[in-house]
Design a protein around this ligand. Sequence first.
Ligand code: PMP
Length: 453
Amino acid sequence: MAVYNRTPVTVPCVETKYRTIKTALPVPESIPLLEKLEKFEPQSMLGQPPVVWDRAEGFQVYDKWGNIWLDWSSGVLVTNMGHAHPKICAALEKAVKNKLIATYVFYHEQRAELVELLASIAPKGLDKVFLLTTGSEATENCIKLARTYGIQKGGRDKHVIVGFTNAFHGRTMGAQMAGGVAKQKEWIVNLDPGFVTVPFPDGFINEDLRFELFLETLENQGIDPKNVAGVMSESFQGAGPYFMPIEYAQQLQAFCRENDALLIMDEVQAGFGRAGKWFAFEHYDITPDLIACGKGISSSLPLAAVIGRQDVMNLYKPGSMTSTHSGSPLPVVAAVANIKAMKEEKIVENAAQLEPTLMTALYDIQKKHPARVGAVFGKGLVAGLQIVKSGKDPDPDTAQRINETCFHRGLLMFAPVGTGGQCIKICPPLTITKDALLDGVKVLTQVCDEILD
Ligand code: PMP
């Protein structure tokens, strides 16, 4: 959807404490590399601002030509502890020196340390941890466990997985069937009728926040609640970020308990402090049965995990629920260092403390441009501006112009998100300081003032 200008344009020089822009953008010398990527990669890989990352440290991204961006992407909500955190890098260097970089699922020390750590930050009763590599694998595994559990408890009819409109759980087949974007499922053709979608109570796209709507939708689709094996939801949906009303989440939990359906919270994006708590579902005061984790778990190398109830996690016999890279030593070492550093440096608290600074600034932008900023949502250090033509009508072109102009001024965000491409998403590393956050706010405010009328 997002198409960035690939012809270098002269942009004003920027030289502040956190941002430096001293070349045309994209950098003329980077064009051959961009062309090589265009030649050898699918076009799906070419949707981000054309900066060639050379180094990323803390909350800044550097190219080879002297430009420095203040990062409001965290990659894609990965580097919660900042890019290349010194404690993570040191742990990785030590592991490489020790020469243990691949293990399959043979045992190693750090794996034991990590699963214990993860169980310790999860709610009581969720004390088994299965390590994987990507978020999609984690959500797929939750689906599989829920169905396996359901069939065992209630027979083959108890296999229904309920997901939400606009939900995103990854790009593999099961994850997309549980997801809530019809267009993304067209390629599947034969959709499994055992996946059901109910409206997500986001308060913007869908203003009906009653839990009864969940029940009514199941009824209209002929689903007996007793046949629901699991309900999966992101703790917040990325493109808002949209949170559920607390009461709705609690009613959802009660529904699951009543029907012996597993409550699965997808924390791949929401977890590890992003919304100002270790897990974003803590805002709802609920306890899921399974948690899917990824991204911020390591702030760096690819790692994912499912954390869950012992009886569910033990459904598969030794050797029958594994993956080649489960517990791969380097991602595991990175995750251990990451989680310890998050605790030591009180980074979750930092995200919570900076929330009012960020949200006040975003509401101020909305107040100045009420017709064009349809809504503002956020918690902790994740937020979004919904750019609209009017009302709720998405305006992806304007969102894209805001995003690209910020990029030209040294503020890096990934391409606008949302099914309409209208959401300017803000998600800096949780290590960002108030001063640096305000520096970014200044850029975004100026750019919105210039572009929105
Ligand atoms: N669930 C959510 C909520 C996500 O945001 C993502 C990734 N954006 C995924 C699952 C899939 O993770 P991955 O890309 O690591 O497979």
